[in-house]
Structure formats: C-alpha cells, structure tokens
Design a protein around this ligand. Structure first.
Ligand SMILES: *Cc1c(COP(=O)(O)O)cnc(C)c1O
Length: 555
C-alpha cells in the first residue's frame, strides 16, 4: 500500500509522508490558489491509496459488537502498514484520540423517525464532527515527531511543526484542541477580531496551553486567509518554521472518518429488520466527510446511494443534475469575479438575499459555504477509473488533470454521460435553502414524528435532515443523517429558528454543561493590529525564538 496523486506523476508516498502533506485550503479557497502553497502534490493533485484493501469476509458478524476504538483500529490498520506504525502503537494512538469524547459510544445513533436516525458526531471536545479527525491527526503528528526526535540531546535541533490557519469561528477550535499541549508542535489560529460568534471565540481563546496562539486580526476572515496564504508562499519563512495546515484534504483525516460509517451501520442493523437497507445522508462542504463514506462503501459497506446535502453553495447538486462542474452558477445573474465583494440586497421575490463574498454565499450553515469542494477531485478519479479508462490508473489521473486545468482556466468542466451515470448510481444530491434549514430546525424541535421525542439540531444537521426528507426511500430503508455539530455551537441560527416556540429554552434545551461559565473563563489572545502579513510573521518569529531560548530548538 502506498499513495499516489490524483493528477499522476511518479511519486509514491508512504502513510507517514502523506499524513504530513499540509495542503492549505480552508474554505473558500479555490483550486488555483492551492498550487502555490506548500505540500500539495507537485502537480497539484491530492493523494489517494494505491488500492482499496479487503475486509475480512465475515466482518459484519465479527465486528458487530466492537467498541468504537477497536473498530477504528481494524479499519485504520488496513491503510496503515505496520512498517509505518506498529500495531500496538496505532491501537494506543486511537485509544488516546477518542478518550477525549464524552459519550461512551463516541459516535452514537439516535432514532428521530420511523425510518430515520441521527448519527451524533459532536461528542468530542469542541462539539463538532471535525474532532473525530483532528483528535486523531494531532496524536499522529505528535507520534511521528516523537519518533524523529527520539534520542536527541538537550540543545540539539529538534523536528518541529508550526500549524497556521485562519478560521471564521467553527473549525479553529477543533484544530486547537487537536494539538494543544503537544510537544514540538505549535499552532497559530487567526480569526477576525470581533467577528466570530461569542461562544466560538470563547472556545478557542480559553485554551491556555503554551503551544496555542490565538491571533485576533483587525480585519475580515478573508484578510486572515490572505495572511495565511502569504505565509505559506514565503519559502524562506516556511522552511524555517515548518508550516503545516490541518485542512480537510489531509488523507489521515478522511481515513479516520471511515469508522463512524461502519459503526453507525452496525448499530442501525441491530435495531432494524434483518433485510433492512441503510442510506447515509451527509451535509457537505469540502466533500471530506462524505468521501469517507464513499471509501466505506468501496471497502464493502452496504449502503443505498448516499445523499449529498448542500446549502445554497450548491456546486455538487448542480453537477449531479447537469454533469457540469462549474464554480459559478451560470444560470444566476450574479456572477461575481474572484475576491470581489458583493452584497445583493432585497431580491425581487421579497425573500432576504444572501450576502455574496468572492462568489461564496453566506448561509446559516457557514461550515459548508464553499465555491468548489476540494475533496471532490478524489471521487472524480474513481469515477473516471470505472467509467472511462477501463481501470487504468495513469489514464484516470491524466483525465482528472485535464479537467482540473479546465476548471482553473474556464471555471468549469463537464463530464461524459457514462461518468455522470456512475456518480448518480452512488450518490443523490439536494440543495437546501436557509429558509428550509430554519423550518427543519423548528420541525424537529416542535413537531417530531409521532412516537419520537423533540430534538434540537444545528443548522448543518438540518440541511441533511431536509435533504433526507426530499430523498425519502421505501419503508425498508433506514436513513442515517450525520449530525456534524452540536446545536449550541450555532446558537444564533438555532435561537432564531426557535424564537417563537414558547417551550424553547436555550439554556435548558441546548446549552451543554461544559459551556456553562465558558464566557467568564480566563482567555489568552494576541492582538494583531493590521493585515500586513509581516505583523503575523513577527508574532510567530517572536514566539519561536522564545521557545528556542527555553531550549526547545526547532529545525
Ligand atoms: C466542516 C463541516 C461540515 C462540512 O464537512 P466537509 O467534510 O467539508 O464536507 C459540515 N458541518 C460542520 C458543522 C462542519 O464543521
């Protein structure tokens, strides 16, 4: 088992190498931007496993009652040879990664309708599904660094990693919690000062570990992203500080997410008739989460076509309908040029118009606000492999490469019918508006299906639940809808949706006890007084030399 690029070339990477490819693409980056950034495959592609491993023949019975961690080990070890990480070390690493989860089952399912389950992925430290991957990734980085630094004497140069990222609020904390307190790793997360929701700001800035640096930049989220891009493209700075990003293109993140598809499938099968069918419904942004589901299916997990649920940023739903992968919707009259800021006010139908920034629409489900879905390139490769090139990997990469170049130069490409048919065989897709999102939050709270309790969902989860309803299958099929965040994390959208429900009480119904007192906890933030990248570089330099002075010398 090795890893190869979706765009071809000769490099064959090991699991360790591929885990440390730090393509920086936090949304809403577009593909052309990635190429200048460190760590991408030399040809701009993404890494995929050279083969799909085989499950043991009787996995469904043998794995039916395994705890989450053991299932995770069984699946992860299929892709991570012992020469990369010995079995006992990998087991330990996985055990540690999920010991931070509050729920004994880690990712439990809850039935919310006669044919519908919610897969709760928000029991990790920051109440969002990204914890599943980032708790694992943080430990993986620590493990590899420890191994490389083993036997180093005091004062000797050490291997180090400096993670830098920008956040609009929702993903920064999962990254911070993934690496807090870890030796030889420091993390700098930039957020726009005063423009992050109070809960999310508190979640990030109350982490006081000395390797965690929250930077409040006087500017917008886009400014923060520009600063990060600029840091990554400064080769000298990058080489010196070994910059890394922890975005959703990272292979190890995808890998760790495969587990909960199997886990929830096995749980649901125990609660449904023996001939029941399972269908997954996944709220989707960068196509990382659902790509893990695709790999689960490729490994042999039985599943009806999975539902891609998008918000108004619907490139995937448009592609599903037309076979055209197009950055901007050519049927819409608003076609902003890149980086332009346009806010359309009062659309003609009287509904509230969405703010459009650089072509990305600002919705109630911000973690899914993207122009293009970076991980979709990986799926495309498999589609091409099956439908167009008779299983020839080199030819598949050449085709993907061609399309990605087209996307870069023309903002679009289209695929032949055979390819589209394969895509439609494995996936369905639906676009959900903000209005429908709000209605769905309301519906699950105040009008649950007869016999089921009231459930408060976050706006991302609501997008999935709405899409599930649109694609409701026959009575023998049970849907598993992925809940990607806890409702408390997106309190504004939830409170807005439920403001007229007299029986709704945010503190009582939604706020977890871990959030009590959060706003009053001690915080540590570095103010960055402008958007010139030099200002952020100075902060990183000064923290690095402080650490060096304390005897922790980086190489
Ligand atoms: C990141 C995120 C998503 C989208 O996940 P992708 O892997 O990018 O598709 C959905 N919901 C929440 C809450 C997220 O944080």
């Amino acid at each position: 088992m090795h890893y190869l690029s979706t765009r071809g070339g000769d490099d064959k990477l090991s699991f360790e190498e591929v885990s440390e490819r730090f393509e920086y693409t936090e949304q809403p980056f577009t593909l052309p931007c990635q190429a200048i950034l460190q760590g991408l495959a030399p040809n701009g592609g993404l890494y995929i496993p050279s083969e799909i491993p085989q499950l043991p023949a009787n996995w469904e019975t043998e794995w039916a009652n395994l705890p989450f961690e053991e299932l995770a080990y069984n699946l992860t070890s299929l892709f991570v040879p012992e020469s990369s990480i010995p079995a006992d070390d990998l087991k330990e690493l996985i055990k540690n990664s999920y010991s931070t989860f509050r729920h004994a089952e880690r990712t439990p399912i809850t039935q919310v309708g006669s044919n519908r389950y919610i897969l709760e992925l928000f029991h990790g430290p920051t109440f969002a599904f990204k914890d599943v991957a980032l708790q694992f990734l943080g430990n993986l980085f620590e493990y590899f660094l420890k191994r490389r630094n083993a036997g180093k004497k005091a004062g000797e140069a050490r291997h180090k990693l400096t993670i830098v990222g920008a956040t609009s609020g929702d993903t920064g904390s999962a990254a911070i919690y993934g690496v807090r307190g870890k030796e030889d790793i420091s993390i700098f997360i930039l957020h726009p000062k005063g423009r992050v929701s109070p809960i999310q700001e508190a979640q990030m800035t109350t982490v006081l570990d000395s390797n965690v640096h929250n930077c409040a930049v006087k500017g917008t989220f886009d400014d923060c992203q520009d600063i990060v891009k600029s840091l990554f493209s400064d080769k000298e700075f990058n080489d010196k500080h070994k910059l890394g990003a922890v975005n959703s293109i990272n292979w190890a993140r995808i890998l760790s997410q495969i587990t909960y598809y199997f886990y929830s499938y096995l749980q649901a099968k125990k609660q449904t008739p023996s001939d029941s069918q399972i269908q997954f419904v996944v709220p989707t942004g960068n196509f990382g989460d659902i790509l893990a589901g695709f790999y689960a299916k490729k490994l042999g997990l039985p599943s009806q076509p999975m539902v891609i649920a998008t918000n108004a940023n619907d490139i995937l739903t448009r592609f599903w309908k037309s076979g055209v992968y197009e950055k901007y919707d050519s049927n819409q009259h608003v076609q902003p040029v890149d980086a332009a800021v346009q806010v359309s006010e009062g659309a003609s139908d009287g509904k509230q118009a969405l703010a459009v920034v650089g072509g990305v629409k600002a919705t109630l489900s911000p973690a899914m606000d993207i122009l293009v879905s970076s991980n979709f390139e990986r799926l495309l490769w498999y589609i091409v492999l099956e439908s167009m090139v008779d299983g020839n990997q080199v030819a598949a990469s050449a085709q993907v490469n061609e399309w990605m170049n087209e996307l870069k130069s023309n903002g679009r490409f289209s695929v032949p019918e055979a390819a589209l048919n394969v895509f439609r065989r494995d996936f369905k897709a639906a676009r959900v508006s903000d209005e429908e999102t709000t209605q769905t939050i309301k519906q699950y709270f105040s009008e649950p299906e007869k016999g089921f309790g009231s459930y408060t969902v976050d706006p991302h989860t609501a997008v999935g639940l709405k899409a599930a309803g649109v694609n409701a299958p026959d009575s023998n099929t049970y849907q598993i809808c992925l809940a990607t965040a806890h409702a408390a994390k997106f309190s504004e959208a939830v409170e807005h949706a439920l403001k007229d429900q007299s029986q709704f009480n945010f503190e009582k119904d939604v706020l977890p006890k871990e959030f009590h007192g959060l706003m009053d906890k001690q915080r540590r933030v570095i103010d960055i007084d402008g958007i010139a990248p030099e200002l952020t570089k100075e902060v990183i330099e000064s923290k690095a030399s402080k650490e060096a002075a304390e005897g922790n010398v980086g190489v």
